[in-house]
Design a protein around this ligand. Structure first.
Ligand code: MN
Length: 141
């Protein structure tokens, strides 16, 4: 397995976030934030360890290896790109988060690049974004 699977990506993403937020990632916290059983976390953590993405250290708990951190950073960057894009359109924050979690594993690098460029374009040209929003309002009226 060269690329982590979708659910492996979710775990690495969440473990990385927990470590950034709290300084550690406990099985119980991973389980509750991904809404899965602790036994599933334990087995995925073991698998991710075998694949070289993380280690368990006696006093620190779970730590990502360089390889795990690199993958987590890539996942995080992708999430941020999608978040930059979707936040342009005044969508509900929770809906955005939910939708991003749903699609982020399924986008090819090319498609992601288009969305990233589109986000940059609108950020750099707010008048164009306004035009687009106006046109939507007109179509909805
Ligand atoms: Mn995500």
């Amino acid at each position: 397995m060269s690329e982590p699977s979708q659910s492996a990506e979710d775990y690495l993403e969440r473990i990385h976030e927990l470590i950034e937020e709290k300084g550690y990632a406990r099985v119980v916290d991973i389980a509750s934030s991904l809404d899965v059983k602790q036994a599933s976390v334990t087995s995925m953590v073991q698998k991710l360890g075998e694949l070289g993405y993380l280690n368990y250290e006696k006093y620190r708990g779970l730590v990502l290896t360089d390889k795990g951190r690199a993958v987590a950073a890539k996942i995080q960057k992708r999430h941020e790109t999608l978040s930059r894009f979707f936040s342009l359109f005044e969508l509900d924050k929770q809906v955005q988060q939910h939708d991003i979690e749903g699609i982020e594993h399924h986008l090819s690098p090319d498609t992601l690049e288009v969305l990233s460029d589109l986000a940059s374009f609108f950020e750099e040209n707010p008048a164009e974004l306004e035009k687009f929003k106006k046109s939507r309002r007109k179509n909805q009226a």
